[in-house]
Design a protein around this ligand. Structure first.
Ligand code: ATP
Ligand code: MG
Ligand code: MG
Ligand code: MG
Length: 469
C-alpha cells in the first residue's frame, strides 16, 4: 500500500466513525510559545482538550506535519526516526473514549478491508506505575480484543503516561495513561512502535497521591507514524522507513546529487538518509518562511542544513548541492501538500545562499577541528574543550551540535558545561550586556519554567533508540 493510500484510508476510516477530517496545522506554530515546531497531532487541539472556548466539533481526524528536534541524532541511525514526519491521529473532546479508541485502532489495523495486518505480529502496552494501573485498557485488550496477556506489556511513566514526568515535577494539566501498539516485522529482531493511544482523562494538580483529578470530559489523542506504518505495510527490507515509497526515492535522489549510489547498507547509507531527511524538513520549514538563522526555529533549520551539508561535503561534494534535492522533495510530497510546489524557487535560492555561506568556512573548520582533536589527544584527553568548541562555533560556523557529532564520530566528547559558560559570556557581549542564560539542554517549556521567558538559543537533547543500525 502506497503512503498516499494509507493516509487517505486512515482519514476516511475515522470519518466513518464520526470524526471530522481537519487539515494539518502548520509545521511552525507562531502562536504557541511552548514549542518551536509542531511535535504531534494534538497540538492544534490544545484548547479543545482544555475545554477552552466553544467546541465546533467533538471528534476529529488529521494527518499532521511534525518536526521533532529531539530526534535529530537518531536520524539515519535508527530505522524509523525522522526530524520531519507525518502523524496520523484521531481525537475526541468528551466524545468517544477508551473502549472505542482501542476497538477502532484494532479494526483499522487488522480488518482486511483496511490494513489487514497479521494479528499475531501485534503487541501492545498499557500503563502500570506510580499512579496506578490502567486495568480498564488491559481488560479491553485482553477480554474484548482477545490479545493474550503475555502480549500486553505493562510499562511505567516513561513509556506509558502522557506527558511523562515525575508526579512532583508536574506539569499540571491534562494528562493520562496511554497504550502503544507495536508491530513485529518478520525476520527482524525487536518491534516497531507504530501507534500511541493516549487517554487524557485526568487533570494533574499539585503533588501526589491525590493530584490526579478525573476530567469532566474524557478525551482521546492518538498518533500513528505514517512513514513507519507505510514501511510495515510495504514489507520493505530492514523495515526501515527510509525504504518506503516516499523516502527511498528521496534517498536515491539525494545520492544522485551527491554522486553516490544509494544503498541501504552501504557505508554512505546513513549520511544519505540524513541528507534526505534534513532537506525534507528544511523544505517544509522554509516553505513556511522559516529561514536558517541564529535563533529559535531558524537555528534548528540552520543546524539541519549545516549537518546535511557537512555529510555531503565529507562524501566529496564541495559546492552547494542541497538545493538541488528540493525538487525531489516536492516530487514525493506534493500529492499531499501541493502548496510546497509554489515556493520551490525561493526555497532553493535561500538554501543555496545558506550553503555558500557555510561552505566558505567548512574546510578551515574541519582542519581546525583536527588540530584541536590532536591537541586533546596529546594532552591525554578525550574531550574537545569548551574554548575550542566556542572558537569553531564563532569563527567557522560549526554549531555546537555539529562539533559534537564530528567529535562523536571520532570517539570524542565536547566539554559542554565549559562551552555553555563561554557561550553565555559571548551572548552577553553580543547583546550589549543583556544576560541570556538559556544554553541548557532540555525541552523548551521546561527551560521556560526554569529561566523565565528568555530567548531561546539552545538545544534539545536527543534520545537514542535501542535499535541502532
Ligand atoms: P519512539 O519511542 O519510537 O521514539 P514515541 O513514543 O516518541 O516513539 P509518540 O510520541 O508516541 O512517539 O508519537 C506517536 C507516533 O508517532 C509513534 O508511535 C510513531 O509511530 C511516530 N513517531 C514518533 N516519533 C517519530 C519520529 N521521530 N519519526 C517518525 N515517526 C515518529
Ligand atoms: Mg520518541
Ligand atoms: Mg515510544
Ligand atoms: Mg509513543
Amino acid at each position: 500500500m502506497k503512503t498516499d493510500e494509507l493516509r487517505e484510508k486512515y482519514l476516511s476510516f475515522f470519518e466513518t466513525k464520526g470524526c471530522l477530517r481537519r487539515p494539518s496545522d502548520v509545521l511552525v506554530p507562531r502562536d504557541d510559545p511552548t514549542v518551536l515546531f509542531t511535535p504531534a497531532g494534538m497540538n492544534q487541539f490544545k484548547n479543545e482538550f482544555m475545554g477552552i472556548g466553544k467546541l465546533e466539533f467533538t471528534a476529529a481526524t488529521t494527518c499532521q506535519k511534525c518536526l521533532r528536534t529531539g530526534d535529530i541524532s537518531n536520524v539515519g541511525v535508527t530505522p524509523y526516526h525522522h526530524t520531519f514526519f507525518e502523524m496520523l491521529g484521531n481525537f475526541s473532546f468528551g466524545d468517544y473514549f477508551k473502549r472505542e479508541a482501542i476497538h477502532w485502532a484494532w479494526e483499522f489495523l487488522t480488518d482486511a478491508k483496511w490494513l489487514g495486518l497479521d494479528k499475531d505480529r501485534l503487541t501492545v502496552s498499557v500503563y502500570k506505575g506510580k499512579w496506578g494501573f490502567d486495568e480498564e485498557a488491559f481488560n479491553i485488550w485482553k477480554d474484548e480484543i482477545g490479545l493474550p496477556a503475555d502480549r500486553i506489556a505493562c510499562l511505567e511513566e516513561d513509556e506509558n503516561y502522557w506527558p511523562a514526568s515525575a508526579p512532583s515535577e508536574g506539569p499540571d494539566g491534562v494528562c493520562g495513561p496511554c497504550s502503544e501498539i507495536f508491530y513485529h516485522p518478520p525476520g527482524v529482531d525487536g518491534d516497531v512502535e507504530i501507534w500511541n493511544l493516549v487517554f487524557t482523562q485526568f487533570n494533574r494538580v499539585g503533588d501526589p497521591p491525590d493530584n490526579l483529578r478525573p476530567l469532566p470530559s474524557k478525551n482521546i489523542d492518538t498518533g500513528m507514524g505514517l512513514e513507519r506504518t507505510a514501511a510495515v505495510l510495504q514489507g520493505v527490507s530492514n523495515i526501515s522507513n527510509f525504504e518506503n515509497d516516499v523516502l527511498k526515492p528521496l534517498c536515491v535522489a539525494a545520492g544522485d546529487v551527491v554522486g553516490v549510489k544509494y544503498e541501504f547498507a552501504a557505508p554512505q547509507g546513513r549520511a544519505i538518509r540524513r541528507i534526505a531527511d534534513h532537506v525534507r524538513a528544511a523544505t517544509f520549514a522554509m516553505h513556511e518562511g522559516v529561514m536558517p538563522d541564529r535563533e529559535k526555529e531558524n537555528y534548528v533549520i540552520r543546524q539541519l542544513v549545516r549537518r546535511a551539508l557537512l555529510e555531503g561535503y565529507l562524501l566529496g561534494r564541495k559546492d552547494p548541492f542541497l538545493y538541488e534535492i528540493v525538487p525531489a522533495v516536492v516530487d514525493v510530497m506534493q500529492g499531499a501538500y501541493p502548496e510546497i510546489g509554489k515556493t520551490v524557487e525561493s526555497v532553493q535560492n535561500s538554501l543555496k545562499e545558506e550553503e555558500s555561506q557555510f561552505l566558505g568556512t567548512i574546510e578551515r573548520g574541519l582542519s581546525r577541528f583536527d588540530r584541536f582533536a590532536e591537541a586533546a589527544k596529546s594532552a591525554g584527553s578525550k574531550s574537545i574543550s569548551g574554548d575550542d568548541a566556542f572558537t569553531l562555533h564563532t569563527e567557522d560556523g560549526f554549531l555546537i551540535e555539529l562539533t559534537e557529532a564530528i567529535a562523536a564520530d571520532r570517539g570524542l566528547t565536547v566539554d559542554m558545561p565549559a562551552f555553555k559558560e563561554r557561550m553565555g559570556v559571548h551572548e552577553e557581549i553580543s547583546r550589549g550586556g543583556k544576560t541570556v542564560s538559556v544554553m541548557a539542554a532540555g525541552p523548551l517549556d521546561l527551560l521556560r519554567k526554569e529561566h523565565g521567558d528568555t530567548e531561546f538559543v539552545g538545544y534539545e537533547e536527543a534520545t537514542c533508540d535501542s535499535r541502532i543500525i
